[in-house]
Design a protein around this ligand. Structure first.
Ligand code: G3H
Ligand code: 13P
Ligand code: ZN
Length: 285
């Protein structure tokens, strides 16, 4: 089926009370792993490319790969730009056939973030493309931070509500305690903020830094209104771990397919785990 928008996937997730996994793809093997696993499990899925992934693989290559693999898929797939910070990149993705874009204006103050995000929403929606916005800053893992400081980094509920209403985004990323990368200590999630924003606005919340969040916390966040969960680090670990093992076990192997094949399989195993946890299995329609 043709690619679908983020809005279509998250409307269904809201109705069904589950979350859709948004998995970062940097190469062909990961794109294939995502679509093959989604098909095996009859799960909707989001393939996302960061600006770094686009720089590495090329925008035309990423778009062509996803359209080639996902365009034939029997499950709904969205192609999403992850953390687009640059207006021109966002527009280029819309023009090339992404069905969703994230505009990450978190480095600007609230008013400027709202103004810039609104502009993107206007353009993207006119082109039939969904938009994710970010209010507050979801950083990297900062385990040295003391509790008061950690609290100060969370997005105030009023800011999240104001941003959501003023911009018209389809999905909302806010800082509620997760961070990108590998946690040294389990994160402490502000479930009260997730619940308050979802209850007040109905916004579809996005969990960034989904790798390493304990399963029980993920399930609770979904119950409270998280509808999109981003996972990158755990896929990287699975891919590179299996690749390292293959290199060690077959030191004389010079066929890349014999080394990258097991890496693709390891990513698929991790994806099965995540899609099952998120409750999206069997929800493709
Ligand atoms: O949130 C960031 C994602 O993990 C993408 O990382 O910019 O290194 O591709 P990247
Ligand atoms: P992790 O790498 O921590 O899974 O975070 C991914 C993410 O949030 C991408 O936007
Ligand atoms: Zn992120």
């Amino acid at each position: 089926m043709p690619l679908v928008t983020l809005r279509q996937l998250l409307d269904a997730a809201e109705a069904g009370g589950y979350a859709v996994g948004a998995f970062n793809a940097n190469n062909m093997e990961i794109v294939q792993a995502i679509v093959e696993t989604a098909e095996e499990l009859e799960s909707p899925v989001i393939i996302q490319a960061s600006q770094g992934a686009i720089k590495y693989a090329g925008l035309d290559m990423i778009t062509a790969m996803v359209h080639a693999v996902a365009g034939q898929a029997k499950v709904p797939v969205a192609l999403h730009l992850d953390h687009g910070t640059d207006f021109n990149t966002v527009i280029a993705c819309i023009r090339r056939g992404f069905t969703s874009v994230m505009f990450d204006g978190s480095r600007y103050d609230k008013e400027e973030n709202i103004a810039r995000t609104r502009e993107i929403v206007k353009i993207a929606h006119a082109a039939g493309v969904s938009v994710e916005g970010e209010i507050g800053k979801i950083g990297g893992v900062e385990d040295d931070i003391v509790v008061d400081e950690r609290e100060a980094l969370l997005t105030p509920v009023e800011d999240a509500i104001e941003f959501y209403r003023a911009t018209g985004v389809d999905a909302l990323a806010m800082a509620f305690g997760t961070a990108h990368g590998h946690y040294k200590l389990p994160p402490k999630l502000a479930f009260d903020r997730i619940e308050a924003v979802h209850r007040e606005t109905g916004a579809y919340l996005v969990m960034h830094g989904g790798s390493g969040v304990p399963d029980e916390d993920v399930k609770k966040a979904i119950q409270l209104g998280v509808r999109k969960i981003n996972v990158d680090t755990e896929l990287r670990e699975a891919f590179v771990g299996a690749l390292r093992q293959a290199l060690q076990e077959k030191p004389g192997e010079i066929d890349p397919r014999k080394l990258l094949g097991p890496a693709r399989e390891a990513v698929k195993a991790k994806l099965r785990e995540k899609m099952t946890l998120f409750g999206s299995v069997g929800q493709a329609r």
